[in-house]
Design a protein around this ligand. Sequence first.
Ligand code: BES
Ligand code: MN
Ligand code: MN
Length: 463
Amino acid sequence: MNANEYLQANRDRFLEELFDLLRIPSISADPAYAGDVERCAASVADHLKQAGATGVEIIPTEGYPVVYGECLVDPAAPTVLVYGHYDVQPADPLELWDSPAFEPVIKQTELHPEGAIFARGACDDKGQFFMHVKALEVMNQTGSLACNIKFMIEGEEEVGSAHLEPFLEAHKERLAADIVLVSDTGIIANDIPSITVGLRGLSYVEVEVTGPNRDLHSGLYGGAAPNPINILAELIASLKDEDQRITVDGFYDDVVELSAAERAAMAEAPFDEEEYKRSIGIGAVEGEKGYTPAERMSIRPTLDVNGIWGGYTGDGAKTVIASKASAKISMRLVPNQDPEDITAKFVAHFNRIAPPSVKIKVTPMHGGQPAVTPTDSPAYQAASKAMETTFGRKPVPFRGGGSIPIVASFEQILGLKTVLMGFGLDSDAIHSPNEHYGVFNYFKGIETIPLFHKHFAELHAAK
Ligand code: BES
Ligand code: MN
Ligand code: MN
């Protein structure tokens, strides 16, 4: 049997096994699910063993464990380190799901006429890393494994991978490889394959504005007492100017401006503004003057309020001036911005612009470095050739807007470049209610991955 015959013969089981994984609510952000996260790690380990991996181990960290496994076939062949994450985002708000988040079902959608698997983690990232586990089984069962493969599947990506850098430091030798391969990103459309060649970094802070020492009657005190909610709103509004440029002092100091040629190459990737507006139900796109929407979402940094609270938000009306108001703010960063430097600049700026009537507290949450990956490497060429074969169209290099902070650490700590060969769609609703992953995309991935290893082994030998 060749690889495709084996895949066709085992389609239903490959779906069932993914469903089993999706039924485990491995929410890393919520301690109430700690047992499920651990159970999920054990399940990943079992699946790796079943697919033929050896040396499978659930390696503890200060947080959730990393699942490791390997298939070493030939010391002369190159080694591919496959990275993914078995943890998922919280499913809330639960009432917005059309079917329960941890009871996977297949339903048709406009963009997935062959059906899509609806469940938290279906696309991000269980459905995607599991393609590599199933591809390993396919390659082992059909004798077509061309590279040495190592798996490292972590359980804390959705909360910032805080314990993964020490893990890389501690296991440098075990993780030695020629390239890192990750499926945790997307393609432009099912008929427009693409390979992500850039990820943004992240600086995430919480701000708190404190005014009076207690909540006050808004009639007795209103007019003279500083209102922290009003002030927070003004401060936030001042963080962007009329051109929607971020006003934090020094924010753009280290931003790498792309050349006209690079921007022209980027514009080759199709972007349909009308369809974009329609798909998220907005009247107009926004953003920084002088840049296209695609550029604003990838090569330009952002500042967004992710949450804001304070005062009375219950039913009815309560006349009150709150003592405190807070917000969570994310800044997506681009090469060569440094998360720690940007956080420090934000703290200094926010303290400086605050009026003397209030006290300010800024708490840094987490951060991550941006990353760009090369297109002239054997690994990129291998991914490109593999996708060209399975999609019937050459993939376009594409700069993404999301973040996978550990990608920069792979380079800094292990000296390894990464290939971001993901198969999701932006419309798959990752982190949102009704997350899903196309059945087409799942099997396309399992079909493409063995070809990546084949081409990578060939190109690596030719080098
Ligand atoms: N898989 C995503 C990142 C992603 C998705 C990148 C689609 C490109 C395209 C990842 O799981 C994620 O959500 N990352 C977080 C990082 C954070 C928790 C440190 C993000 O981007 O918000
Ligand atoms: Mn992910
Ligand atoms: Mn995610």
